[in-house]
Design a protein around this ligand. Structure first.
Ligand code: FAD
Length: 475
């Protein structure tokens, strides 16, 4: 590595939610701090309209903004637009793609994740990660008659719901759709929404996105929950159909093999690419969207250093967001929480957690410099997430899918077709998780019941009885 051009007190890598929140926290906590944000894309992601809904639930919007907005707010901040190519933890320096060597006293890696692709470099396989890839998808959809969506997480769910005018084959390896978030019951509740007419988008776009015509220069930020808003996901034909192979209730497993037909077989009716599923079925389509999750973006930082990595490939961080390398912190999708987790919290690579981790990493870095003690933040006590699927409000709390619980846990479910789905997860008579779909208005009560771990045995099924106002019960 060449000589350092400058050493900053704090260097943050990545202009996504985690990196930007970390910068904001540091810059406002230590106003004299010399902070550099190194990011690959031309824009940064800012949290706007932040609202604390309850003790742990939070809602906010994200906006892509030019980085100058951040620099104007924090005069001691320098934004460097270039990708980090390598890191030398011994000399406390990073080298950027344009050859600059920047020194740091404390570093926070917030480089996010990149999509796990079924097949790298295949022109017929698309991953969605950022504004550019979403636009590429939109462009290709306008000519598409049929696409195959592979994956079962939040991105796949939104995609199959949003795509119009194009046949969609959804390849799901699990028993039920959306298994990252839901069990089979919730999936059954949501399935009719796929076939139903979508409500007209009466309200104007909730969030305004700043975009430019120019494609980003390097790896961009992951999109947030509204990634499809303002992007018309419309295919070439006017019909919409969702295909699943077999039925949702029967699991089928897939392995993929792509075969691009040779020239002579490109007859009318043949497809540019075919996908073979492990249930033996093959489908032709215009392209395949690979929505099988992300892998932590650690690659530029590993060479020559000895970071401890978690099984999922993330940088292991402790309860101070510190990696195993001295003075190097990490936050957001790139890291894996490896402290002793609260029994009611789990890491999921989501927007909310990127913000919380970035904010907490900033506080930890400041506390270290100021020699102040700091304890793990309360937000890591209870997993909580608000989102929208298929136009329903969805609130997930704690071990909402019975994650890691033994067979002795109990589920209480209340479901009104087309209106609401309420599930409470109980273990040893105490509520440990919940799924609330629709306008249930139960989130605060359930959050309290989960947090205070009250024994609910005596209430039995009345807990979900719609004729009993459980709020009164527990006040
Ligand atoms: P990112 O937002 O990915 O930001 C990483 C930043 O690092 C970027 O600015 C990038 O340019 C920069 N970078 C990368 N490598 C380098 C490098 N070498 N040098 C310098 N800079 C670098 N979450 C939800 O909660 N709800 C949803 O509905 C939802 N929907 C999603 C839909 C899609 C299509 C995708 C892809 C993700 C979705 N997510 C959703 C997940 C959410 O977007 C991520 O969890 C979150 O953005 C992670 O934030 P981050 O700051 O860790 O990383």
């Amino acid at each position: 590595m060449a000589h350092k051009e400058k050493t900053f007190q704090f260097v943050i890598v990545g202009g996504g939610i985690a990196g930007v929140t970390c910068v904001e926290q540091l810059s406002s906590q230590i106003q004299s701090a010399d902070v550099a944000l190194i990011t690959a894309g031309p824009h940064i992601k800012a949290v706007t309209n932040y609202k604390q809904v309850s003790k742990t639930l939070e809602e906010f919007d994200i906006e892509e903004q030019p980085s100058s907005v951040l620099e104007e707010k924090f005069p001691n901040l320098t934004v460097i637009h270039s990708a980090v190519k390598c890191l030398n933890t011994q000399s406390h320096a990073v080298e950027t793609a344009d050859g600059r060597v920047i020194g740091y006293e404390k570093l926070c890696i917030c480089s996010g994740g990149r999509p796990k692709l079924l097949s790298d470099g295949n022109p017929y396989v698309l991953g969605i990660r950022d504004t550019d890839s979403a636009q590429a998808l939109q462009k290709r959809l306008s000519k598409a008659r049929r696409i195959v969506v592979v994956g079962n997480g939040g991105i796949a769910l939104e995609l199959v719901y949003e795509v119009e005018g194009c046949e969609v084959i959804w390849a799901v390896k699990d028993k039920a759709i959306g298994n990252t978030f839901f069990d089979a019951g919730a999936a059954q509740f949501l399935i009719p929404s796929l076939e139903a007419d979508k409500p007209q988008s009466a309200a104007p776009c909730k969030r305004i996105r700043y975009t430019t015509e120019e494609p980003a220069a390097g790896p961009g930020s992951a999109l947030g929950p509204d990634w499809h808003e303002g992007i018309v996901l419309r295919g070439a034909e006017t019909t919409f159909a969702v295909w699943t192979s077999d039925s949702f209730s029967h699991p089928f497993f897939f392995s993929f093999s792509f075969f691009i037909p040779c020239f002579s077989s490109l007859s009318v009716g043949s497809w540019p690419v075919y996908i073979q599923l492990t249930n033996g079925k093959s489908f032709g389509c215009d392209f395949i969207v690979s929505a099988t999750g992300v892998v932590p973006n650690t690659e530029p930082f590993l060479h020559g250093n000895s970071f401890a990595l978690a099984d999922d490939g993330g940088l292991r961080v402790d309860d101070h967001m510190m990696t195993s390398e001295p003075d190097v912190y990490a936050a957001g999708d790139v890291c894996t929480a490896c402290w002793e987790l609260s029994p009611l919290w789990q890491q999921m690579r989501l927007w909310t957690q990127a913000r919380q981790m970035g904010w907490y990493a900033g506080r930890c870095m400041a506390a270290c410099v100021l020699a102040e003690p700091i304890e793990l933040d309360f937000c890591f006590e209870l997993f909580s997430h608000i989102t929208k699927f298929f136009n329903y409000k969805v609130v997930l709390l704690g071990k909402f899918n019975g994650q890691g619980l033994g067979p002795d846990h109990e589920l209480l479910v209340r479901c009104t077709k087309g209106q609401e789905y309420v599930k409470a997860v109980l273990s040893g008579g105490k509520m440990v998780g919940a799924v609330l779909i629709g306008e249930t208005d139960l989130e605060e009560t359930f959050e309290n019941l989960i947090l205070n771990q009250m024994d609910l045995t005596q209430y039995g099924e009345d807990l979900l009885n719609p004729n009993i106002d459980i709020e009164d019960y527990f006040d």
